[in-house]
Each structure stands twice: as structure tokens, then as C-alpha cells.
Write a protein that binds this ligand. Structure first.
Ligand SMILES: Cc1cc2nc3c(=O)[nH]c(=O)nc-3n(C[C@H](O)[C@H](O)[C@H](O)COP(=O)(O)OP(=O)(O)OC[C@H]3O[C@@H](n4cnc5c(N)ncnc54)[C@H](O)[C@@H]3O)c2cc1C
Length: 375
């Protein structure tokens, strides 16, 4: 295995760094979260640099490692940036893999930044058990009529389309009857309301109610009743992206702790001069190194064309749980300053907890890995 980053991977890191320097300084991150305003400038630059749709490559069975490098780099700067990349990248991959008469228009819009998409699978009674979803689409001439309610649909408030997973046929087996529709957010009968979150409010997660929403039949993504063949890929990309962005967040927490403690004096010494503190920092660096290796390995394995379901799910669990540990430890090591509302570690501490649920909970990831390991 070659650990040297390719030129493309170096370029991705550099691009993210440049864009983040313009849009993701700490005061910008904080102001965004307080105002809840959508980060238009960040979105447009990510789109035009090709980063918003970079995860689309995974639809063609390659590019997981490039996607990982992207999500890790963005995670170091901004969880909102990661969320934009995450939602747009998954949407682009689903559209590219599924195909649709309107696929070209949607992908072109995402690539230029002219369009924003959200992805709505989860409902109040269908979270981990997505098969239980009840939002229904019935054919009515050349249209579908959609009724039901989604929950946590991230980006819906500002999106042009929601890729909504809907029931098109009553359930009669293990995975039947679900389809994906690109629902224009301007449709009559669509009601979108942001939910108040502990972080990331500028990329608003919303409840979305569909009251007799009319959607043209050519807005179907993939084949009717066959959403799972596409959603499966979406779940793997989501979990890989969450794992990589957790690595970036943990690295940022470590860097912040080292920066702060290297300038902090106590008992007449710089705090990093105390061996006990050095040991703690080594433990964090060691954990991050193992997290990064696990994420890169899973992505590399997927890029070989192998079935990497177990590796990706295990990387997701390891990185998300590892980031929570590293961030909490960095927070603790820095002392009371971490507890101030404008502290980077406080932001990371709030944001990192989303990893437990994003793309499915760690229990669900363990279930997926267990099945693949033959249990
Ligand atoms: C900020 C945020 C943004 C989100 N964005 C989106 C989005 O854009 N689009 C979208 O569709 N969804 C989104 N989600 C939803 C997310 O995917 C779900 O929260 C997640 O899948 C878990 O579902 P749930 O919250 O309903 O938990 P539940 O399914 O109610 O789970 C509750 C508990 O039961 C456990 N559990 C459930 N079933 C099993 C089982 N079979 N085996 C073992 N344990 C089990 C879970 O692990 C968990 O501990 C978002 C969530 C949040 C918090």
C-alpha cells in the first residue's frame, strides 16, 4: 500500500484550505451558527471548485479515497462545510447511479452551484428502520401525488429540490416499494420548517410535510420501487464521509490543544513541558493516527472494487467514537477556557456528536458490519 498522497489528493487539500481561509475562520463559523444564515459564498466556491460533487465519483465505483481526503480536510475547518459536501455529494452520487430524465439538469446545477439539493429519508417513525417509512407517492396521470412527513431533512430550507424517498408500492417483502423523487421545493403543498439544533444551524435540518404535492413522473431518480439499489451506495458514501470528517475534527481538536497548551504557563512552566500532559497528547495523536489509517484503509479497499461494507462501517464507528474521545480529552486538557461559548473546542464538542447518528447510528453500523462478517 502506498501512503503518499497523489497530486489530485494534494490539490484537494490545498483547495479546501484556500476556501476555508476565506469562509471558515472561527468568527465566521460562530456568526453563521448564531444567525442560522445559509453560507452562500462557501457553497458557491465549493461547487465551482468541483468539491461539492466530488463524492459523485463513488457512483462509478472509485474515488472513495479522494472523497475521504476531501471530507477530512473540510472537517478540520468547518462542520457546516462538511455537511454541504456530504449532502450534495451523496445527492450527486444517487442521481448519477440511479439516472433520471432530469439527472443532467440536476447535476449541472449542483456543479455550478446554481442548485441546492437536500436528501429526505428519515421520518418520525422511520429512522434506523428506514423501511418503515410511510410518505406515499401515488401515480396520477403524468405525475406523482406525494403525502407524508420527513424529519431532519438537512438543507431543505434553502434547497431547490429534495430527493425524497417515498413509498410507491405497499410493503410485501424485505426491501420493496421505495422510490426516490426529486421534489421541487417550490411545489404547492410542501411545508418546510427548520428544527433548532445544538450546532450546524446554517445548514438547517427540517421537517418537511407533503400535502398532495404534485411531482412530474420524470423526476423519478432510478427505477420505481427499486430505491434500495441506489440507497445502499448512498449509505456507504455517507458513512465513509462521516468517518473522514471525524478524523479532521479530531485533528483540529488536537492542534487547538497543542497550540493553546504550548502558550499556557502554570507553576512556572509551559504546560506542554509537563510529562503527564505530553503523555496525554501522545495518546491523542496515536488515536488520530489509528482513526485516519482505518478510514483510508476502508476507502482504499472500496476503490479496489472489493465489497468494503464491513470496513467502511467499522471505520465509521471507530472514527466517530475516536473523535468524541479526542475532542473531549482536548477540551478537558485545556481547562476552563474550553467552556467559553466562543471556544473552538466547544464548537467541535457540539458538532462531533452528530457523527453518532449521521448516516445511521453506530448500532446500525455495527449491525451492518456484523452481517458482512457473517454473524
Ligand atoms: C442533525 C441531523 C441531521 C440529519 N440529516 C438527515 C438528512 O439530511 N436526511 C435524512 O434522511 N436523515 C437525516 N438525519 C436522520 C438520521 O439519519 C437519523 O437520526 C438516524 O438514522 C437515526 O434515526 P433516529 O434518530 O430515528 O433514531 P432511532 O432509529 O429512533 O434509534 C434510537 C436508538 O435505537 C437504536 N436502534 C434502532 N434500531 C436498532 C436496531 N435494529 N439494532 C440496534 N439498535 C437499534 C439506535 O441505534 C438508537 O440508539 C439527521 C439527523 C440529525 C440529528
Amino acid at each position: 500500500m502506498d501512503f503518499a498522497p497523489t497530486q489530485r489528493q494534494q490539490d484537494i487539500r490545498q483547495l479546501v484550505g484556500e476556501i476555508a481561509a476565506r469562509h471558515c475562520a472561527e468568527p465566521q463559523e460562530r456568526a453563521r451558527d448564531l444567525s442560522g444564515e445559509f453560507p452562500d459564498g462557501l457553497y458557491t466556491e465549493l461547487a465551482q471548485a468541483g468539491l461539492l460533487t466530488l463524492w459523485k465519483q463513488a457512483a462509478a465505483g472509485k474515488g472513495m479515497l479522494d472523497g475521504c481526503i476531501l471530507s477530512e480536510a473540510m472537517g478540520q475547518h468547518s462542520a457546516t462545510g462538511s455537511s454541504l459536501i456530504f449532502v450534495s455529494g451523496i445527492s450527486a452520487a444517487l442521481i448519477a447511479r440511479g439516472g433520471s430524465p432530469i439527472a443532467g439538469e440536476l447535476l449541472k446545477g449542483l456543479e455550478s452551484g446554481a442548485l441546492k439539493l437536500a436528501f429526505g429519508l428519515t421520518e418520525n417513525s422511520a429512522g434506523s428502520d428506514a423501511n418503515a417509512l410511510t410518505t406515499k407517492a401515488t401515480r396520477d396521470g403524468g405525475d406523482y401525488l406525494v403525502n407524508g412527513e420527513k424529519r431532519y431533512t438537512t438543507g431543505a430550507r434553502d434547497a431547490d429540490y429534495i430527493l425524497a424517498v417515498v413509498r410507491t408500492t405497499e410493503q410485501s417483502g424485505q426491501r420493496p416499494g421505495l422510490s426516490i423523487l426529486a421534489v421541487p421545493t417550490k411545489s404547492a403543498g410542501l411545508h418546510i420548517a427548520p428544527m433548532d439544533k445544538i450546532a450546524g444551524n446554517s445548514h438547517a435540518s427540517c421537517t418537511v410535510r407533503f400535502d398532495q404535492v404534485r411531482v412530474p413522473a420524470d423526476h423519478l431518480i432510478g427505477q420505481e420501487d427499486n430505491a434500495w439499489s441506489v440507497l445502499y451506495l448512498g449509505a456507504l458514501i455517507e458513512r465513509m464521509a462521516v468517518a473522514a470528517s471525524a478524523v479532521g475534527m479530531a485533528q483540529r481538536a488536537y492542534d487547538e490543544a497543542v497550540r493553546y497548551l504550548s502558550g499556557r504557563e502554570s507553576g512556572g512552566r509551559i504546560v506542554t513541558g509537563y510529562q503527564t500532559i505530553q503523555h496525554h497528547l501522545v495518546d491523542l495523536a496515536m488515536r488520530i493516527q489509528a482513526m485516519r489509517s482505518s478510514a483510508y484503509y476502508a476507502a482504499w479497499f472500496a476503490d479496489t472494487g472489493a465489497d468494503a461494507t464491513a470496513e467502511i462501517n467499522m471505520a465509521k464507528i471507530f472514527c466517530v467514537e475516536g473523535a468524541a474521545h479526542v475532542i473531549t480529552e482536548a477540551f478537558r486538557l485545556c481547562g476552563g477556557v474550553s467552556y467559553l461559548a466562543d471556544s473552538v473546542l466547544y464548537r467541535l464538542w457540539r458538532e462531533a456528536s452528530l457523527g453518532y447518528f449521521a448516516g445511521g447510528t453506530t448500532e446500525i453500523a455495527r449491525n451492518a458490519a456484523a452481517r458482512r462478517l457473517g454473524f
